[in-house]
Design a protein around this ligand. Structure first.
Ligand SMILES: [Fe+2]
Length: 289
């Protein structure tokens, strides 16, 4: 019987069935204040002049960061419970806030999360995906502001893990980030919800959970980050001692087997992201001019 540091039996059952745990009020208020204090200066916007906000959505580059274990021992312990303490490579959070201010048009256009909503994806645009990939050990959603319904909350598909797991298992040669058949998987799912909560709440999700950004119909500032947790080694679905992490266990459950002998048949690869390509092309254009 595995003993967990912070997760309750209900948390464990929910993670295995719906792919997430929610840690309420897990980020200390002083860290929230520190990471969000100058957000309007960083945006360059007047908070009282919505008519002048040029971009309704933007990711801010980080200016500071800390190890998760420094920010919140509870969050770090929960990550250990999900991934296995000695298997975590990097768990670091910066203030790279993803800002959603909404637009007037979002109020009328907002729709609840369903299979037909736009933007469904799994995270990890920087690597070729295999069933056991270590690059994205968990998906994390940190709420740095209150996030109410219709406020640009991340849309989540709680029952997506088995479909993604089966797809990856069928492709030991690996899949590029834009070739994951996410929309097909979503058509088979029914557990759609908004990741709402209060500033300081943290969602830790299985890396195979399909999700999407949504419109902010309220025009109230919405701040989140979604830092990945990196694993030291690829996941292992055939452990002789049966010491599977909860992330691994959810994948085995999704495949419907007690263990699975997975071997990639092609090399792991780093993938150039859209951000990296834009930067490279801008630098090349500058050098050529
Ligand atoms: Fe995402």
């Amino acid at each position: 019987m595995t003993t967990y540091r912070v997760l309750t039996d209900e948390d464990v059952a929910q993670f295995l069935q719906r792919g997430f745990v929610k840690l309420p009020q897990a980020v200390p208020p002083d860290i929230i204040a520190e990471y969000t204090a100058n957000v309007w200066e960083r945006l360059g916007y007047d908070p009282d002049r919505p008519d002048t906000w040029e971009k309704h959505w933007q990711p801010l580059p980080h200016t500071k960061g800390k190890e998760v274990r420094e920010i919140s021992p509870v969050i770090y312990d929960a990550i250990c419970d999900l991934c296995g303490e000695d298997r975590i490579g990097k768990a670091w959070w910066g203030d790279s806030l993803i800002v959603n201010l909404g637009r007037a048009e979002d109020e009328a256009a907002w729709e609840p999360p369903t299979a037909t909503a736009p933007g469904w994806h799994t995270d990890g645009d920087f690597f070729k995906h295999f069933l056991d990939s270590p690059e994205q050990g968990l998906l994390t959603i940190v709420l740095w502001s209150d996030v109410t319904p219709r406020n640009g909350a991340t849309f989540v598909v709680g029952d997506s893990v088995p479909h993604v797991a089966k797809h990856f298992a069928a492709h030991p040669e690996g899949l590029m980030p834009n070739d994951l058949s996410t929309r097909e998987h979503v058509q088979k799912c029914t557990d759609f919800f908004e990741a709402t909560g209060e500033a300081g709440d943290v969602y830790l999700l299985h890396p195979f959970v399909i999700h999407a950004s949504s419109r902010n119909a309220t025009r109230r500032l919405r701040l989140i980050t979604n830092p990945p947790v990196h694993l030291k080694e690829p996941m292992n679905f055939n452990r002789p001692d049966g010491d599977y992490s909860l992330v691994e266990r959810a994948i085995l459950n999704g495949l419907g087997v007690p263990h699975y002998d997975f071997q990639p048949t092609a090399p792991r690869e780093k993938v150039e992201t859209g951000r990296e390509r834009a930067k490279r092309e801008a630098e090349a254009a500058k050098a050529a001019s």
